[in-house]
Structure formats: structure tokens, C-alpha cells
Design a protein. Sequence first.
Length: 579
Amino acid sequence: MSTTIEREGTDAGAGAATGEALDPRHMSRTILEGASRAGARAMLKGVGYTDDDLSKPIIGIANTWIETMPCNLNLRRLAKHVKDGVRAAGGTPMEFNTVAISDGVTMGTEGMKTSLISREVIADSVELVGRGHMFDAVIGLGACDKTLPGLAMALVRLNVPGFLLYGGTIMPGYLNGKEVTIRSVYEAIGAYEAGKLSEAELRAMENAACPGAGACGGQYTANTMAMVMEFIGLSPMGSASPPAVDERKDEIGRRAGELIMDVLKRGIRPREILTRQAFENAIAGVAATGGSTNAVLHLLALAREADVPLTIDDFDTISRRTPLFADMMPGGRYAAADLDRAGGTPLVAQRLVAAGLVDASRPTPSGRTFGEEAAGARETPGQDVVRSADDPIKETGGLVILKGNLAPEGAVVKLFGYEREYHRGPARVFDSEHEASLAVAERQIREGDVVVIRYEGPRGGPGMQEMLGVTAALIGQGLGGSVALVTDGRFSGATKGLMVGHVAPEAGVGGPLAAVQEGDPIVIDVQGRRLDVELSPEEIGERLAKWTPPAPRYTTGVLAKYAALVSSAAEGAVTRPGL
């Protein structure tokens, strides 16, 4: 696997962004230079910085290290190597921390409502520290699901030279000679509830699934977003693939610290990188690898920050023309560590370039173009993780956007290729994820049902929590092939099966999902790109006219603030004043 984090200086490849000459201390002079800033320098000398340190470009290291999950646990070590690289290249690093929420730990509880909200808090807090301390450039260190998009949003707001570095995937665990991941545990819970697994077997799975540091190990949300950031040009190509515990990460961190100084010298800013073509490259990467539906939310949000025109329909258009050719979990056979051994993210990029499915002229942090980076991929002979684009697993990508009388603004479903593409069944209606979880645990769901979970959207939840606990339990009970699920919430990147999320407008603001009653026939037609309830427009209108919004679940604090400011899932669930 190749990692191509090198300093290119003025030898950037043809077509790469060149920027304008930039004073390397374009921000920090204001806060640190001159007699009037003696107080600021005195404070920083109390930290241990010297006059020499404070005369150099100041590089913010935005770290999401936290001790509440394995995903981000190695980021403190990675930050050390990044800072070593910054110093070696003539800069002064200043590390600061922000929050992170583990989806895997909070899943299925009230705590899960905080996960998507943390994306906004990360973006806000990094922006605040960056504006307050006037860093000349920023590197963001992320891992678990919301950290990379939150960091990316902050980079766009600050618009100083910067990029992101991914902490890396967890290694798969092994039980009875087979690979297991956190998804295996959630499916095992369903099997245990169905009497198919003993408590001792469940505990054995629990003990084996997470062997150390790193983010969840398939092409789930964290690994999907890490690839997205490489393909969009906000991370060095090839830096994401090595697992968190791999010794190569130390060298990647050091080189990244050196590279940020070169990016600063070249004056490359995030808004120059984030073009419409860059977003299309990122979406193609998600489609080709069966990546997480959360990429839809995060890319829409990032596009809003960057003022790039992007709609939910664009995901369907790009997915239709992009074959799915990487055999990755949750739909496929392989974990992210297997992709690394096969050739890593550069190999996926190389396949897309060869097939003419991406814009190869887009810049990357190294100064080389996307195509030049992809050309350096080294494929492991005999690997079968990444197939060729002309011999795909599925002729079209994994992301599908549905619309209909239940989702006028859109809904998202991910298909790997083996799922049924048409389902008609009676609605089983639940007004919260918790209600649905209890029904599943009590074996109340039958073959053919359509489980409807509403009031879990961005505003109604609030926070649009994931449904992995429910979806994995259904699969564990053997219902994955016969039951569908529809929600205005969202799904974990580890979810598989016919599961439709992000239904917009959400029930909490009076969307059509609020009109559905127990037993109403619901039709999911993937080929037709439709999601409908078999009711007349008049009936839906009459029901909604009688509808009363539920009382807010939170009236104070951060969740109440979020609910008051958040937009539709079809717009990325971003927070905006005055909504």
C-alpha cells in the first residue's frame, strides 16, 4: 500500500491548485507581533513557547482525541508525530482538543441523539479556537464518524491552509477463525434475543470484536468519510488506509506535519479545493465502495459551507453511472484493513480514473493531481477486494435516492446488489427508536412488515439518531430478507438490508410520515425510485390537518438549541440562524 504524503514545493503537478503567495504568518502576526502584543507572548511563554517559537508560523492541531471509544484513542500519539513534522519543517504547532461522540457506544440509547449534533459542535469549536488564536494553518485529526466532517466544515469556515488526517481503522477481531466487527456484535444481540445464541456466545463475540484502537472496521461511516476526504482533496491520498495500530501511521503523521508547511507556503485554501468536481469525485468513491449513507448528510453539509451547489438528487445521478466494484463490509466480504493490504484508497482512485468516472485534474494536498496520486497506487497481486470497474459487483453504485408521497424532499437507501428492490407491506408504526427496539426485542415484527420509525429526524429527535440496534437485531432474528424499515432518522454505516432513512421532510415538522397509521400499505420501489404510502392525496392531507406536533423532547440545553436551528436532512441537517 502506498502512502504519498510528500512535500512538493513548487513542483506541483499539472492542473493542481497553486494558490497565491502567502505570508506564512498571515494570521499570527496580528496576535503575536509588536510591543502591543507583549501580553499575548507572555501568556504563551507561560506554556513553554520561546521567542523563536513565536516568530514562526503557528499551526493549529485540532485533535478529537477522547478516551470514550477505541476510534480516536490513538490520536494523541498521532498528534505527537504531526507536531514533530511541523517543527522539523519550520513551524510551531499548537494542539487543542474538541469533543467526539461514539456511535457504537451510544447506539440504541438516548445518548445516540448527541452524535450528529456533535458534528456541529466540532465545527463550531474548531472555528472558534482558530479564529480566536489566529492560526496560520490547521491540521484536523479525526476518526469516529462525525469528527472528519465536523473538522472539514471548520476548515472551510476558517479558510486558512489546512487538511485532515484520519486516525485509521480498527483491526478486525477473530472468533472461531472468522473475522468479526462491531456490526457482528449488534447482529449477535438480535440472535441472542431470538434464542439462536447463548449468553456465553454473545459475550465471546463482545470480547473479540474490538481488539484495539481504531474506528469501526468496514466501509462504515468513519472509513467512508476518510476516503471522501482524500477524494475531495482535503486529506493526503493514501494517508487513511493504514490501520490505527500500524507503525506506518507514525511516519504518516510526521510527513503530514511537514506537508502542512508546504501547503501554507503555496497558499492553498480549502475553498479553492472544494469545487463541484471535487464533490463528484468524493460521491463516486462512496458509490464504488458501498459506503455509508451518512456521506449524503455530511457532503451536503460541507457543500453548504463551501457554497458549492449540490443536491440530494446528485447522489443518485452519480451513483447510477458509477459501478460498485469494492467488496467491502457491510454488504461485502472485506474489512477496511483488507483494503489497505490490497492497495488502499489509491487503488480505488486508480480504478475510477481508468474508467473515466472522476475528474483526475483535481488537486490534492501534496500538490499533485488526483490522477497523479492514483497512478502511484500499488496493487497487491491476487487481491480480490477491489475489482475492475468493467467487472463490478453491481453495475450501479450503492447509494439510491427515493422520492414519493412519503418523501417529497427525498430519502436514502443503500443497496449492495443482493437486496430485493421492491417491497410492499403493512406499516408497523413507532414514534421513537426506543419503541421500535422494544417491539423487535419482544419479537413483534413479522415477515413482510415495514417498520416505520418517526419523530427521529434532525428536529424531531432531535439529532437524527442511527438505527443500527434495530436493523442489526432484525437481521440477527433472521428477518433481514423479509422486513423493510423506513425512518426520518438515519442508519449506521454498518447497516445492511432494505432500510430507507433520511425521509424528508421529517415527521417532526409535519412531513407525510406523520400521517402514516398502523397497517397502511407502504411501497418501496427502488427501480422506480419511489417511496409511497397507498393513500390518496386527500387522505394524507386530511390526516395532516388533524395532526398535532409532539411536545419537544428537550426544551433547554444543546439539544434544544440544535432543534431550533437545524435544517432538513435533504440539506445536510446543518444549523443556521433564523430557521
